[in-house]
Design a protein. Structure first.
Length: 273
């Protein structure tokens, strides 16, 4: 059964230890995303349609807003993964020569010995409840080493870089999506308000943003749900209804398909800096 072992939130973003034995639906994050196998069977991550292995020798680095989906290697016992969601601004403020967009050079990268040692320290800190500057220092070291390793990979620089949408209609649509993330049927309304037919809206959005409107909206809903889970005592049912889900079951299914665990489990193990 998939479950959360530890989740920590801070200015850097999120650091999580998950035991996963179920696939995750295609999704994206506005943060830089790093995944390391801690124990158990290797898994597969599909990024922009290309499959990459997550193994003891290889980590994966996913740039902000890059669509991806997870497939476990063991559907019975599962495996434990360290997953980082790193704020590009936090990282760029602390690492010289890193652009705010935090683009990695390659999805797969080799886990050299110094990276393995840092992964081990971060995992131990997670399990022991170590927080503060020491923990963030280890996260910065791990993110920096992974960033460098991604640019040293053989296929570095092949990831497309999606710039800010240049079409004013798509910029307006993005603004409306952020304002109306809790509305039902929000995409149909936004397409009309942006002056576009639904097919044209979907085509332009994918061209300018690099992912579908549905994935973008799901990312916003997931972010809001996580924020409510860790910063309020609101019932899970209320959170789901406020975000436009018809029932707690549909919200739990959405959350589990995108995170790997139920929202109640996520809230139980989450800690704030």
């Amino acid at each position: 059964m998939s479950r959360a072992l530890a989740v920590f939130h801070g200015q850097f973003g999120r650091a999580s230890l998950y035991k996963l034995n179920r696939p995750l639906a295609p999704h994206a994050h506005r943060e830089g995303h790093l995944i390391f196998l801690v124990e158990g069977a290797p898994a597969t991550i599909v990024v922009d349609g290309e499959a990459h292995a997550i193994t003891p020798d290889q980590g994966v680095a996913i740039s902000p807003w890059q669509p991806h989906e997870f497939h476990p290697g063991d559907f019975s016992e599962g495996a434990v993964f360290l997953t980082l969601y790193i704020s590009p601004r936090w990282f760029s403020d602390r690492a010289e020569g890193v652009h705010e967009h935090m683009r990695f050079g390659s999805v797969p990268f080799r886990r050299e010995r110094h990276i393995d040692k840092t992964v081990e320290r971060v995992v131990n800190a997670q399990m022991e409840g170590v927080r503060g500057d020491l923990f963030e220092g280890e996260l910065l070291a791990l993110t920096g080493a992974s960033f460098e390793a991604s640019w040293q990979a053989e296929n570095a620089g092949q990831i497309p870089v999606w710039s800010r949408a240049s079409d004013f209609r798509i910029r307006n649509a993005i603004r409306l999506m952020n304002e109306r993330v809790t509305d039902n049927c929000v995409l149909d309304k936004i397409a009309r308000d942006a002056g576009l037919s639904r097919p044209h809206f979907y085509k332009l959005f994918r061209q300018h943003v690099g992912l579908t409107p549905n994935l973008y909206l799901n990312t916003l809903r997931l972010e809001k749900s996580i924020d409510r889970l860790i910063s309020s005592a609101d019932a899970v049912t209320s959170i789901g209804l406020d975000l436009g889900f018809a029932s707690q079951a549909s919200f739990t299914r959405f959350f589990s398909n995108n995170v790997g665990i139920a929202p109640t489990d996520y809230r139980r193990v989450s800690l704030m800096n």
